[in-house]
Design a protein. Structure first.
Length: 358
């Protein structure tokens, strides 16, 4: 596959041509560097479950899938060229790219550094367009990215840690932002519901923030893993006795579950004034009993990734605490298999594509 030739920087990646298609090599162009742009040689690109949803057109019609599609929004790479006005980066620096690469820069959300909520809609890293609403964006399953430095992140981690840093750009910030916003820290009893790509980051971050952390899972086999990740307690949510014992006991629940589940059952585990934040996206709408909230003055909220300033704060927090994602490093010819295994939750806990040697 090749994209229509345009003036720019030739690069290559791996794309799908439709919802049923397998990944194939794909040649395309990145734009020439503007004064504020940097060129990144991509080293590692994480596989996020939302890559699979979009590659397979599972979010249509809400989010249309644009083909050919090069997914990937958990990107770490080396800066190899900088525009004339760039100040944040120099040649050789390690940079990260997350879920979006531009926004309107004028609305209230953009001014407050929460560009993910840009009222005009931010430019997503892939399966989207630049802010001109014409130029398609291609993601991190590729050799290079050109991005305005304002939307790239500084990564300060040892070379050998970089594969595990890539997933922080989506899974890390998705869990860090709500934990921070709702005051998770010492003295707080926190539960992480679901132990997958998001959940395992939630455990590591909440533990590092000083909270008492419990993992809620439907698979008893996850208990050992939860403890290894630093969780203090484990509750098998299918065990009636254990669930009853945990009722009303948490200050905060981070719900990372992407399978359909009963929110009311999880809300019953919150104590007075407890807060549950949803970051997992089940495919079906869920029924909410009003009493689940009214009874204990509870809050049910949502959260979407994080803005550029908070994503930088998260990366710095992770560097300080030595936190990375637990990953399985793969070659690009394994992407299709990795997708199937991710859908089956058969990965601890994130696949990362080795683009440095691709
Ligand atoms: Zn993601
Ligand atoms: Zn905006």
């Amino acid at each position: 596959m090749t994209a229509a030739a345009a003036k720019g920087i030739a690069t290559r990646g791996f794309a799908v041509s439709g919802p049923e298609a397998k990944f194939e090599p794909f040649e395309f162009q990145r734009r020439e560097l503007g004064p504020k742009d940097i060129l990144i040689d991509i080293l590692y690109s994480g596989i996020c479950h939302s890559d699979i949803h979009q590659a397979r057109a599972e979010w249509e019609p809400l989010i249309p899938s644009l083909y050919p599609m090069v997914p990937g929004h958990e990107i770490v790479g080396r800066v190899t060229k900088v525009g004339s006005e760039v100040t944040k980066f120099k040649d050789g620096d390690i940079a990260g790219i997350g879920c979006f690469v531009d926004s309107c820069r004028e609305c209230g959300a953009c001014h407050h550094g929460i560009e993910q909520y840009c009222i005009k809609g931010s430019a997503q890293t892939y399966n989207s367009t630049e802010m001109d609403r014409q130029t398609p964006t291609f993601g991190g399953y590729s050799k290079h990215y050109v991005i305005d430095e304002a939307y790239a992140l500084n990564v300060n981690a040892p070379e050998e840690a970089l594969p595990g840093v890539a997933p922080l750009l989506c899974a890390g910030i998705t869990t860090y932002s709500p934990l921070k916003k709702w005051g998770v820290g010492p003295g707080k009893k926190v539960a992480i519901a679901g132990l997958g790509g998001l959940g395992h980051m939630g455990v590591k971050l909440a533990v590092a923030m000083g909270a008492e952390v419990t993992v809620l899972s439907t698979s008893p086999s996850k208990e050992e893993d939860a403890k290894k990740l630093g969780a203090h307690n484990f509750v098998n949510i299918r065990d009636d006795e254990a669930r009853t014992a945990a009722a009303g006991s948490f200050d905060f629940i981070l719900d990372t579950i992407s399978a359909n589940h009963d929110y009311n059952a999880y809300l019953s585990l919150l104590g007075l004034n407890g807060v549950m934040v949803i970051v997992g996206v089940p495919t079906e709408p869920a029924a909410l009993n009003a009493f689940s909230l009214i009874g204990g003055n509870k809050v049910l909220a949502g959260s979407l990734i994080g803005g550029i300033p908070e994503t930088q704060e998260m990366l710095d927090f992770c560097a300080k605490h030595g936190i990375t994602s637990d990953i399985e490093l793969i070659k690009p010819d394994y992407i299709d298999t990795a997708y199937d295994r991710t859908v089956k939750a058969d990965v601890r806990y994130r696949f990362v594509i080795d683009m440095a040697n691709a």
